[in-house]
Write a protein that binds this ligand. Sequence first.
Ligand code: ADP
Length: 419
Amino acid sequence: MAEQTAPQDPQVQTLQQKLDALNRLVEVSLVMNSTLLLQPLLQYIMEASTEITGAQAASILLMDKNTHELRFAASIGSDAEGLAGITVPLEGSIAGAIIKESKALVIDDAKIDPRHYSDVDRKIAFETRSIMGVPMRIKDRLIGVLEVLNKCEGTFGEDDTRHITILASQAAVAIENAQLLSALNKAYDELSKLDKLKSDFIAIASHELRTPLGVILGYATFLKDEAEGEAVEHADILLRSAVQLRNLIENMTNLRYLQISDAELTITPVVLDSVLSTARASVIALAEARDQELAFEPPPSSLIVRADGELMVMALTSVLNNAIKFTSPGGKITLSVEKRASEAWVRVADNGIGIPKEQLEPIFDRFYQVEDHLRRREGGLGLGLAIAKAVVERQNGRIWAESPGTDKGSTFILAIPLA
Ligand code: ADP
């Protein structure tokens, strides 16, 4: 047999209703914290508004910043689709009066209220009997109105106004969040476009610079070979400057590798010796021109690593170029390899100007250069190591520098996973 429930004391019933309303308000807060999607949130707030106040319908009207009219942004209980495009003037409407007076209004009989804008009812074939509306604010700015229509039993009371005021402020917060999010997304899109523009420009400019520079380098080498007397030194300066320019352009071209994605890498088993000899071959002339010895100590047996061969050559060439650049003429650079657990450690050691301890990490940051005249004299963009680190780490490797200090030489280690 079904259990008989005793008729409830009216006081208990009122308390229960208040408790239900509070629970619903708390629920709205929880939902607001869990999503940033505006439309479902407003819809949820509309549902809560009709439920808590026992109204037939609810709507949110927002101020249009251009026309200064109110526009339906969300509604429930009437013709939501029909309302979507409709605007309501500030003059001659209850919503407009709420905005202008900046306070809640309760209209028990809309039909006899001269402010009631009956056009909306006509357009969506709805009959508005009673209205309660409250203004919505973001900080001090009035942004719209939340209205509930046609209380099913009795008239809208103070409790209803209090509850709808809370819901209106929650709706205003949701709208503000959505506006902030969309402003943030817009700014992010603009930044991405600018960043792409910058990268495209650098890519095109560096590519276009390469061709004429190739010609300059070719003729400068030719001139140097042919020159006699004083002209030898002039041709030498010309050649050195052209080489310096080529390195700068190379770094510009390689800038895109700072953001290289996994999809752009071709990781395969690579014979490490071939990486080392290709990188070495590309800098040997430079070392010889500076009267430096570039020693090579290969491992006892050939090692196979998992890497993108071309990018590994690029990273290693960059480190070798630095070793040559920051070591005096007549110095020595040693390229060696050691097998360490599941990695191959490639070492580039020089007996050059060294690196102060506190700079061993920052030198891998973009545009970072150790500030002293010896190094600045060499020029550069401070990008080579940042690019090398980006590509080595993308290949699951590591790169770091060691140095006992200024004038005591430096060693760069590239740890590459073995295949
Ligand atoms: P740059 O184009 O200036 O050489 P890098 O990113 O390649 O840029 O290097 C950053 C800085 O690290 C250099 O400017 C230099 O101060 C320091 N550095 C790099 N390699 C060496 C080295 N082998 N010996 C001494 N200092 C070095």
